[in-house]
Write a protein that binds this ligand. Structure first.
Ligand SMILES: Cc1cc2nc3c(=O)[nH]c(=O)nc-3n(C[C@H](O)[C@H](O)[C@H](O)COP(=O)(O)OP(=O)(O)OC[C@H]3O[C@@H](n4cnc5c(N)ncnc54)[C@H](O)[C@@H]3O)c2cc1C
Length: 330
């Protein structure tokens, strides 16, 4: 076992703290870390540059959000808006604002890639993807509440394709790792950090392990193949083919929650440039917390596209309530 992965194993993996963000997998120069299907943390191949070649590395530890010395981000907010697409797309989760902002930026050449979680058409399993066109991105709209893939492992693909202006979309753990990568001065991490232009965070209470999740659904007689939409609104609301909706108590999915979510106290992705969620606004709108000048610039550029409606009426007390509840639970 290498020194690098020993620290991850002892302080993260064995304690059930791994978020599955995939930051370590994405930046390991030796491709020594990988996820096996159904695993809660990465595996180590046995070849580590530091251990085997004596190259000073430690890159995996540098980007792990669960090893971060600092407390959860305070999360400054410059501006709060409710936003929605003027012309909705069928797959959008809330107001479709996240997809709109990113699609506009791709079309305008402000971005050349967007890392998001899409869904496999056949298995319905979440898959991490690198979108390089707005059309591809629009197909990835909607929320994946279950985890099946280390999102940031796709950074390797972006690097291979020599992309230089990418956005990362993800839950707070992914956002924290992406921020650590973007701000790192570590020689082996800098090339990845330089690529990241925008980090979009999704509000998150928890995510479910995909296999455990579909098993729990199967016990209730629901096949993932029949699901056309999902939402978490105090309960898990599943929309089935034909439009029938079933409301399932979240408590019944307790066992399917990824262990690494229990140590997370960040609901609104405080490290993001823009955080997005559904709470705080009426149905069909996205709550947007603009946290940085970069976030504001991307929002302004999207507004120029004239297809995004913006209002100021967001109930931040509700957002605050969810933030407080998550902090108390973790
Ligand atoms: C696991 C999870 C839990 C959430 N919990 C809450 C909650 O408790 N309260 C709340 O208000 N909002 C929650 N959200 C956020 C909410 O579901 C919407 O994503 C948000 O309102 C943005 O809506 P939109 O219509 O603008 O996004 P869309 O335009 O539909 O775009 C969403 C984008 O996010 C990407 N994406 C979807 N799932 C993932 C994922 N797992 N990892 C990385 N990228 C992804 C999509 O590919 C797409 O690019 C959660 C989202 C997730 C993924």
């Amino acid at each position: 076992m290498s020194e690098c992965s020993t620290r991850l194993r002892e302080q993260v993996w064995d304690l059930g703290r791994c978020s599955g963000c995939g930051g370590c997998v994405g930046i390991c120069p030796a491709d020594a870390l990988y996820f096996d299907i159904g695993e809660m943390h990465p595996r180590f191949s046995g070849y580590c540059k530091q251990e085997t070649d004596g190259v000073s590395c430690n890159a995996c530890n540098e980007v792990c959000p669960r090893l971060a010395e600092t407390a959860a981000p305070v999360g400054s907010v410059l501006r709060v808006v409710a936003a929605k697409r003027e012309v909705p797309i069928s797959q959008q989760q809330s107001g479709g604002a996240v997809t709109y902002i990113l699609a506009q930026a791709l079309d305008a050449g402000l971005l050349d890639g967007v890392i998001t979680m899409s869904v496999d058409r056949f298995s319905q399993a979440p898959i991490a993807v690198l979108n390089t066109s707005s059309g591809q991105l629009i197909e990835s709209a909607g929320s994946r509440y279950n985890w099946n893939a280390p999102l940031l492992s796709v950074l390797k693909e972006a690097n291979r394709w020599r992309l230089s202006r990418i956005a990362v979309v993800g839950t707070p753990c992914i956002v924290s790792a992406a921020r650590m990568i973007a701000e790192s001065s570590h020689d082996l991490v800098v090339p990845y950090g330089k690529m990241i232009r925008l980090i979009v965070g999704l509000f998150c209470t928890e995510s479910f392990d995909h296999m455990a999740f579909i098993q729990t659904l199967a016990e209730k007689g629901i096949s993932t193949g029949d699901i056309t939409g999902m939402d978490v609104k105090g309960a898990l609301v599943v929309t089935l083919r034909g439009g029938v909706q079933q409301k399932l108590p979240l408590a019944e999915f307790e066992e399917a929650i990824r262990p690494g979510c229990h140590v997370c106290d960040d609901f609104s992705a405080g490290d993001a440039d823009i955080s997005a969620g559904s709470v705080g606004t009426a149905g069909g709108w996205t709550t947007l917390l603009i946290r940085t000048k970069t976030g504001e610039q991307f929002l302004q550029d999207a507004v120029l596209g004239k297809g995004l409606l913006i209002e100021e009426n967001v109930d931040m007390e509700v957002v605050g309530k969810f933030e407080k509840e998550k902090k108390e639970r973790s």
